[in-house]
Design a protein around this ligand. Structure first.
Ligand SMILES: Cc1ncc(COP(=O)(O)O)c(C=O)c1O
Length: 395
């Protein structure tokens, strides 16, 4: 970090130093540490010729502002990307790049363990628009080559898997996709760019629900999409065409969240791992689905590619069904029952695998996904113990 606040040479610095200083240059705004929140539709031009040529940095609110640029630059520095767009939700961060890169008659490969609303978008809107959608097993690796057709445009990945946490061999998938002229997108929300940098592993477009760890407080919806040089132009123009820009207050909140994301994630990681490994020895738990545990079938792949693990994983109860699953959830007092994750508080949800076509298990019993928040580990363990006892009583 240079004295003037620029990011020159910051690539060699530690992650928390970079998170504290990336994005904006305080000296652009009279030394104020944080960038302004620019509420903007209209941007004025100094004269007609500049207006006609649109030859100034900002031209209209939908196309970018100093606030969105600050976040985009911070994310680019983390992702190693050529450009980043900010959109109003994590789901929009999935739909906008897919709309940008697939057309009628194209074939789209999506991992079967994908976030359910991604599947819903593909199965409804994309199919209606004439896109051929096919699902593949999360452990397919280089075998993806056998599913690629001449019209395959995009291979969509998400790793680890939503709810079941299989790890994909992203470099092998990217190699096969690129050999056939397809691009690779990855929903990297679980790891954040701190623990996995998709573009370093051959991914072309990295997607984040910034709603989760970047925002970190369960009070903001936002998505970011970061592209390499080859895909950036098409992504940015499609984003402008769709008018799918995020509001400045939400963008600012996510930039604010990034400053503490490293320390928060470190705590989420440690607590989740402590609880996950403790749960492996608890009665009533058949399996813990957490890729950073040595017992996880994809642990070696996770170790090869990831720099850390975040705060969500699932447990498989030792037998039973929905009755036991609900008994566990209803006994919890600290864990809230709520979707989303990545905030400071612990959450639990029942896992439903009814939409899957290949990655269905088998599992020994019902699955429960836990998001481990920033609370004290002993309190969380006590809460989970009550859940397990209630599930055992229900059996
Ligand atoms: C993996 C993943 N991607 C995308 C999203 C969508 O994020 P948002 O809730 O901001 O739409 C979620 C939300 O749970 C998610 O878990």
């Amino acid at each position: 970090m240079a004295k003037d606040g620029s990011e020159q040479g910051s690539g060699t610095m530690g992650i928390n130093t970079r998170l504290a200083h990336s994005g904006n240059n305080p000296h652009d705004y009279f030394g104020f540490v944080n960038p302004p929140i620019v509420h903007a539709s209209t941007v004025l031009f100094p004269n007609a010729s500049v207006m006609a040529a649109r030859s100034q940095k900002y031209t209209y609110g939908t196309r970018g502002t100093p606030t969105t640029d600050a976040l985009a630059h911070a994310i680019d520095a983390l992702e190693g990307s050529a450009g980043t767009i900010a959109v109003p939700s994590g789901l929009a961060a999935v739909t906008v790049p897919l709309l940008a890169f697939v057309s009628a008659g194209d074939h789209l490969l999506i991992v079967d363990s994908v976030y359910h609303p991604t599947r819903n978008f593909a199965d409804t809107m994309l199919k209606r628009l004439g896109v051929e959608v096919e699902y593949y097993a999360p452990n397919i690796g280089a075998g993806i080559a056998t599913l690629i057709k001449p019209n395959t445009k995009v291979v969509f990945t998400e790793s680890p898997a939503s709810n079941t946490f299989e790890v994909q061999d992203i470099p092998a998938i990217a190699k096969a996709a690129h050999a056939a002229g397809a691009i690779v997108m990855m929903d990297n929300t679980w790891a954040t760019p701190l623990y996995f940098r998709p573009l370093d592993h051959g991914v072309d477009i990295s997607i984040h629900a910034a709603t989760k760890y970047p925002a970190g407080h369960s009070d903001v919806l936002l998505g970011t999409v970061s592209a390499n040089e080859a895909c950036w132009g098409q992504l940015y123009e499609s984003f402008c065409t769709l008018g799918c820009c995020a509001g400045p207050d939400d963008v600012y909140q996510v930039l604010r969240g990034l400053r503490t994301m490293g320390v928060r994630l470190d705590r989420h990681q440690r607590s989740a791992l402590a609880i996950a490994s403790w749960l492996e020895g608890e009665e009533g738990v058949a399996r813990v689905l957490h890729p950073a545990l040595p017992s996880h079938p994809d642990h070696d792949l996770w170790k090869r590619d990831f720099r850390g693990s975040s705060g969500i994983f699932s447990i498989v109860l030792a037998g039973g069904g929905q009755h036991e699953q609900h008994a566990f959830l209803d006994a919890l007092r600290i864990f809230g029952l709520g979707y989303s994750w990545g905030g400071y508080e612990s959450l639990a949800v029942p896992v439903w695998l009814g939409d899957r076509v290949v990655a269905k298990g088998p599992y020994e019993g019902p699955l429960i996904r836990l998001q481990i928040g920033l609370e004290d580990v002993d309190d969380l363990k006590a809460d989970i113990r009550s859940g397990l006892a209630a599930a055992a009583r229900a059996g």
